[in-house]
Design a binder for this molecule. Structure first.
Ligand SMILES: *[C@@H]1O[C@H](CO)[C@@H](O)[C@H](O)[C@H]1NC(C)=O
Ligand SMILES: *[C@@H]1O[C@H](CO)[C@@H](O)[C@H](O)[C@H]1NC(C)=O
Ligand SMILES: *[C@@H]1O[C@H](CO)[C@@H](O)[C@H](O)[C@H]1NC(C)=O
Ligand SMILES: *[C@@H]1O[C@H](CO)[C@@H](O)[C@H](O)[C@H]1NC(C)=O
Ligand SMILES: *[C@@H]1O[C@H](CO)[C@@H](O)[C@H](O)[C@H]1NC(C)=O
Ligand SMILES: *[C@@H]1O[C@H](CO)[C@@H](O)[C@H](O)[C@H]1NC(C)=O
Ligand SMILES: *[C@@H]1O[C@H](CO)[C@@H](O)[C@H](O)[C@H]1NC(C)=O
Ligand SMILES: *[C@@H]1O[C@H](CO)[C@@H](O)[C@H](O)[C@H]1NC(C)=O
Length: 911
């Protein structure tokens, strides 16, 4: 029978070989990414890039593609994890390694990586030679897809090298110089097969220089289940017959491997039971277990490493029990979808290595099992965590928890489907967040209430608005691209915001701002100017009512800004904003500007001027400390970041003076040094004081921003002139107020002094324009006797006025401010009629610019009789002498004055 089948089989393999040889001809790139290790009787290759195909390179010339079936038959297995790592395991006694005396084994493999299909896929070739000498009499290897038994053959029989695979039957001629493998008998079925039949059925049988190797898929026809110490095990049991002429030799080989039922699961722990005494392997009880090792992915671990990973191996009377926590290092989670439900499994591939000794024959049995364990699917229903704070007006949602192999693709809203990129473009800020140990992920996103995908419903009667977000997350599991979805509905309720009302008013000094929040909890923070209304600030400036509070701040508070400076006033503004504390959005803005009366310049009659410069909003960069008067050496006497205060005398700091009609004007300017002025766009402040004829008045300053029309401010001040009667010609002592009326006999001299008392400006001069005497206080009354006319003695006077020069002395600092003259006491002819006996003396004085006399009275006291014409540029002060109702009838004259406005003079009759 069988020969037709055999022929087809051979043909197929042949074709495959031809194809493989073709590939071998091309260049093979380097093998950097392949890491080969000898792990006892197993070779392990770790392959970083995923490969598409694997070939075994046999004897350097033949390239054989490893199909899954061929891999199982020939002792190879693969492991892929979802992270893209691959491992490749080969039994040392695989079909294709070159066996050197059962001591050295060389394997060459070729990995084809997925290419772009335009050119040939890249091929990586790796070779590894492992030496393995401690062969025991019997070695059992259980891998994921096959079970393998390797028995030491009879020592005295040199076994034929035969081909294990009929594929090579025609390539290599068996050397018929010794024993020939003739038949394999399977137990317990007692089925007998020749070698070819064995191979064809997917088993492998081979003899090496010293050993017989038998390999079978786990679920092959001739394997059977056996319960060993309560653990279901799969068994392959064979006897192989060798013949030489009339001699027949038999070698028994048995493999026993655990089934997946050997494992028990709890959600936390995987428990794997192995029988300690594996009956089918041992005929007697004389076997003792010598060694137990555990490992992962075919590699042994030492006890410290095991402890660090929380693995445990327990040897009991009947079992070896391996415990591995679900999630322990060395395994991996994988996502699954069943009925749109999310599950994860945990997979780990422990290894057990056991060594038994048979005490009588000293025959050792070593046993190695690579045992992939995957937990049953564990439901991990995703949760949407709601981190929304309604007041922030953004839904903040986190979907999780997922394994790393899950990706979010899109989100379906009631009105549209958006990819993650589209969501982010819309401002939803979708982010993948990893757990600290980088094993889990969640997806976080933010959807503003204002986005059209959010459904809004206003319930006016309750005064609330409900925001609802319906969404379906579209997810996918990689690498198999299994889609699934998770839907959620979240809502948030927000009290309708009735914006607080803000009102304000000003009194003479303060702003008052009232915020009425209408019985709702105040849900805002208050920004006053640039300052947040904090507790301290509130304590100082805030008064609370039931549903409102009032902030009272002085107009000069740093929280207010000066908008402009006007005549006698400053315009100051206070800005108040109510902010949403969560996003700093303005709920309400309120601004109040008022003009506050404020004298910024003062002119004192002693010739001192003061000026206060304030920084206005339009010159934000201004440092008031850098301001100076016209003379750059005159800086402020005090300044801070908002004010500069100047204090100076009219004869200093570059103050100029002008005479305009009846006005004497002192002017100065406050400005920045030129270079700063341009840069800071600052303004120049003009400061001026002026004095008017008959009243002493001070006029003050203005600020004049560039390009704006100036505005002036009027201040008050006094200019004082007094006239006194000296005791004698020394002009050192004067009659006091209470001395009047002063009595003088006819032709006795009277010494008058007229003085500008309160000016410190040396450039002004006081000139006596007219002086005359009357009998009563009315300066215009008749009779009148002129003493000084147009600054000079009355030429008609028989006893002419004598002017006395004035020198600087302890009392007189500015001689130009003082005039002295002497008259002789006289009486009017009408005295007899009037009987009053009093004489009143009046003077008109002129205050002139001494540095530039303009003629007229200002030319000087009686310089040129002929040129006595009244100058227009002079300031004329009239000294007037009303009586004080003094019923003085004693023969005393009285001359008096009060500061500034009026000077009184009585003249009592002589005798
Ligand atoms: C394998 O190659 C070696 C030398 O490289 C050669 O001696 C041997 O005959 C070859 N075996 C087969 C089966 O081709
Ligand atoms: C091992 O177990 C202990 C206690 O159960 C636990 O605290 C520790 O995190 C575990 N170690 C690892 C690596 O899982
Ligand atoms: C959204 O993602 C899911 C994967 O879960 C996918 O099946 C679906 O086709 C995607 N929808 C659109 C419109 O792209
Ligand atoms: C989401 O959170 C907000 C704020 O905590 C809450 O008002 C709302 O009821 C929550 N919605 C859902 C569906 O859990
Ligand atoms: C709001 O503004 C204040 C002051 O500028 C700042 O301290 C705070 O962090 C801001 N808050 C938010 C949510 O932006
Ligand atoms: C002038 O008077 C003012 C106001 O009384 C005073 O502050 C200032 O010191 C006086 N100046 C001089 C130089 O006396
Ligand atoms: C300078 O001042 C003018 C008018 O006061 C204003 O329009 C302009 O914006 C200011 N420039 C700068 C740079 O501040
Ligand atoms: C000042 O003089 C003007 C005319 O020169 C006169 O109208 C005014 O009433 C006088 N004022 C006082 C306070 O004498």
């Amino acid at each position: 029978m069988g020969s037709a089948i055999e022929a087809i089989f051979i043909l197929k393999l042949f074709c495959l070989l031809m194809a493989a040889v073709g590939i071998q001809a091309q260049q093979t790139p380097s093998i950097n990414d392949l890491n080969a290790e000898c792990l006892g009787n197993v070779i392990r290759l770790s392959v970083t890039p995923l490969f598409e195909d694997v070939d075994a390179v046999f004897n350097d010339t033949q390239i054989i593609n490893l199909t899954p079936g061929l891999a199982t038959q020939c002792g190879f297995s693969f492991k892929f994890d979802p992270m893209g790592n691959a491992m490749f395991f080969a039994s040392l006694q695989n079909c294709f390694s070159q066996n050197m005396d059962d001591k050295m084994f060389s394997l060459v493999m070729q990995f084809r990586l997925p290419g772009n299909h335009m050119t040939e896929d890249p091929v990586y070739r790796v070779g590894k030679t492992c030496s393995y000498t401690p062969w025991t009499s019997r070695e059992i290897l259980c891998d994921r897809n096959y079970m393998e038994a390797s028995e030491m053959a009879l020592n005295n029989v040199r076994l034929l090298t035969i081909l294990f695979n009929s594929c090579f039957h025609f390539l290599r001629q068996a050397v018929a110089s010794g024993y020939k493998m003739t038949a394999v008998v399977f137990s317990p079925s007692k089925n007998v097969m020749n070698v070819d039949e064995v191979q064809r059925k997917g088993y492998a049988i081979a003899n090496t220089p010293t050993r017989l190797v038998l390999r079978s898929p786990h679920n092959a026809e001739e394997t059977y289940l056996q319960n060993v110490a309560g653990v279901p095990m799969r068994v392959l049991s064979t006897s192989t017959f060798f013949e030489q002429k009339w001699l027949v030799t038999r070698v028994d080989a048995t493999a026993v491997c655990p089934t997946p039922e050997a494992v028990a699961f709890t959600p936390e722990v995987i428990t794997w039971y192995m029988p300690k005494h594996i009956d089918p392997l041992f005929s007697s009880d004389a076997f003792t277990m010598l060694e137990v090792y555990m490992g992962i992915d075919a590699k042994r671990l030492d006890t410290e490493e095991m402890a660090a990973r929380n693995y445990s191996v327990l040897v009991t009377e009947a079992h070896i029990i391996v415990e591995i926590p679900v999630g322990a290092v060395g395994g991996y989670f994988k996502s699954h979808i069943q009925d749109d439900q999310y599950f994860v499994t945990y997979t780990i591939e422990p290894m057990l290595e056991l060594l038994w000794i048979e005490e009588v024959a000293h025959e050792n049995t070593s046993y190695k099992v690579l045992f992939p364990i995957t937990t049953p699917p564990m439901a991990r229903p995703p949760q949407v965590r709601n981190y929304t704070v309604p007041e922030q007006a953004v839904f903040v949602l986190e979907l999780g928890t997922f394994n790393l192999d899950v990706e979010l693709l899109n989100i379906t809203f009631p009105t549209m489907v958006l990819t993650v990129a589209e969501c982010n473009a819309r401002g939803f800020n979708v982010q993948e967040q990893r757990s600290p140990d980088n094993t889990l992920k969640t997806f976080r996103m933010e959807v503003p209430f204002s986005d059209p995908v959010v459904f809004k419903e206003r319930r006016a009667e309750q005064g609330v608005t409900t925001f609802t977000l319906q969404l379906i997350y579209g997810l996918v599991i990689f690498p198999e691209y299994a889609p699934f979805s998770h839907s959620a509905v979240v809502d948030a309720v927000l009290l309708d915001i009735v914006p607080p009302s803000v009102t304000g008013n000003c009194d003479q000094e303060n702003f008052h701002i009232t915020v009425d929040y209408r019985n709702q909890e105040p849900f805002f923070v208050v920004l006053v100017g640039k300052r947040l209304l904090n507790h301290e600030f509130a304590q100082q400036y805030l008064t609370e009512g039931d549903t409102d509070f009032t902030i009272t701040l002085p107009f000069s508070s740093p929280d207010a800004v000066f908008e402009s400076v006007h005549s006698s006033s400053v315009r100051s503004r206070l800005d108040v904003a109510l902010l949403n504390p969560y996003n700093n959005m303005t709920i309400k803005y309120f601004s109040l500007a008022c003009s506050f009366l404020k004298t910024l310049t003062e002119c004192f009659s002693n010739g001192t001027m003061t000026a206060l410069a304030v920084k206005v909003e339009s010159a934000p960069g201004l440092n008031p400390g850098q301001l100076t008067l016209s003379d750059p050496a005159c800086g402020p006497t005090y300044s801070d970041d908002r004010f500069a205060y100047f204090h100076f005398t009219v004869n200093s700091c570059g103050t100029t003076r002008k005479f305009i009609n009846n006005v004497m004007l002192y002017e100065n300017e406050i400005s920045l040094p030129d270079e700063l002025e341009v840069k800071l766009n600052a303004t120049t402040l003009k400061v001026s004081c002026y004095y008017v004829a008959n009243i002493t008045r001070t006029l003050a300053f203005l600020t004049r921003p560039r390009d704006n029309e100036p505005f002036a401010e009027t201040g008050t001040g006094r200019l004082m002139v007094r006239m006194r009667l000296a005791q004698d010609a020394s002009f050192n002592t004067f009659h006091q107020e209470e001395d009047y009326p002063v009595v003088r006999y006819l032709r006795q001299p009277l010494h008058f002094e007229v003085e500008l008392t309160t000016s410190s400006d040396p450039k002004v001069a006081l000139v006596l324009d007219h002086c005359w005497a009357t009998l009563n206080e009315d300066r215009d009354s008749r009779p009148r006797w002129n003493l000084i006319i147009n600054g000079c003695e009355n030429p008609e006077d028989p006893y002419r006025v004598v002017f006395h020069p004035v020198e600087v002395d302890a009392r007189v600092h500015f001689p130009s401010h003082v005039k002295r003259f002497e008259v002789y006491m006289f009486s009017f002819a009408e005295d007899a009629v009037e009987q009053s006996g009093q004489v009143f003396v009046h003077c008109d004085v002129v205050i002139c610019d001494a540095s530039s006399p303009t003629g007229g009275p200002c030319s000087g006291q009686c310089v040129n009789q002929d040129n006595l014409k009244r100058g227009r540029s002079c300031f004329i002060m009239e000294l007037n002498h009303p009586p004080e109702g003094d019923k003085c009838c004693t023969p005393i004259s009285r001359l008096g004055q009060t500061m500034g406005d009026e000077t009184k003079a009585f003249h009592c009759p002589v005798g």
